[in-house]
Design a protein around this ligand. Sequence first.
Ligand code: TV1
Ligand code: CA
Ligand code: ZN
Length: 386
Amino acid sequence: NNGIKKPKGYTVSYHANPEMEQMHFGQKHPMKPWRLTLTNKIVMAYGMHEAMDIYIPRAASSQELKDFHRGDYIDFLQRVTPSDNTWDPDSQTYAYNTGDDCPIFDGLYNYCSLYAGASLDAARKLTNHQSNIAINWSGGLHHAKKNEASGFCYINDIVLAILQLLLHHPRVLYIDIDVHHGDGVEQAFWSTDRVMTLSFHKYNRAEFFPGTGALDDTGPINNASAGAHHSLNVPLHDGIEDAQYIKLFEDVVKPCVRQYKPTAIVLQCGADSLGGDRLGCFNVNIKAHGACVAFVKKFNLPLLVLGGGGYTPRNVAKAWAYETSLCIGAEVHPNLPAHTPFLEHFGNEKTLFPKLDFTRYENKNSRVYLESVVMGIMEQLRYLQG
Ligand code: TV1
Ligand code: CA
Ligand code: ZN
């Protein structure tokens, strides 16, 4: 291998089931489970698997899925086939918000129960003290609701994993760097103070999915509710750049950890916040995206690392492989190993840190705007003391 060693006294577990990588959402659909194959090939080509405990996770049981989701919705996912999904003429949609964004494809239920099983196994490795960091790149599907699909997400594996952590942990901090708002996770824990949710995202109520996550949406308005001030949102404009993003992330996450004192952290690493993403609109490089992971690791708390969005597969795979190396604390050569499968797929950019396409989005985030966002977050955190 490349001399990558297991870190001493420190365990990283990697949960990946190749069965789900073969799934297809449909020809033109931006979600490509195949990006996970690409990620795993890079991880293995570097020999990173030598430094981690590798698990091929089982599928979650329908009972486990029902710990968050409504029974009739899970029964529907289990039963429905591409040919028999029924159109509801009243709402002009298919059942449970399936349709264009969330199509019914062959193997859908298997796909859902596999990524959920992986997140549950990963969470259990943390609560058993068998891992310090547990990674599931197939999870992080933050839009799924209790009784409906949303934004390419059917089962909310993040909510299920956090519920698992809450059996052993008094407080869990959820951090979400996907370019979209982590609305499903926010909604699930809106009225509790045992989970703090913190999402960084592009925000435009009318024009960018899902349209929620304004700076002042911080939990129930009623101060008597435990959840008040425990949902934090960092709304951003197009084109945010590396230095701004890293500073903002650190300026927000550090005081959240200091004030909230979580005993475990869940980090959703959606890679659609990278520059050049097919659906995203930020100008963040892979090194800066990874800097967020490295920063969170430094708190030395049990850490669940999840995937999420990411629609330019060659960049997603590099980002997640690089972030795997940061989790194990291994220095990897920036050039992809010559024996990496699918190397031809990466064209001229056979490096972990390609030049991304920043031409599509001009930076609309002023220094003054970002300072006002940090102030807004600090204001919420002041309510937590006492
Ligand atoms: C089929 C084929 C579906 C091509 C969907 C982009 C497609 C999109 C497609 C698409 C697309 C969205 C909306 C509009 C809701 C709709 C994994 C009624 C080229 C976590 C989910 C984004 C992001 C949903 C998921 C969004 C995640 N954008 N081509 N669909 N309205 N949906 O805007 O956060 O990354 O785009
Ligand atoms: Ca986000
Ligand atoms: Zn996204």
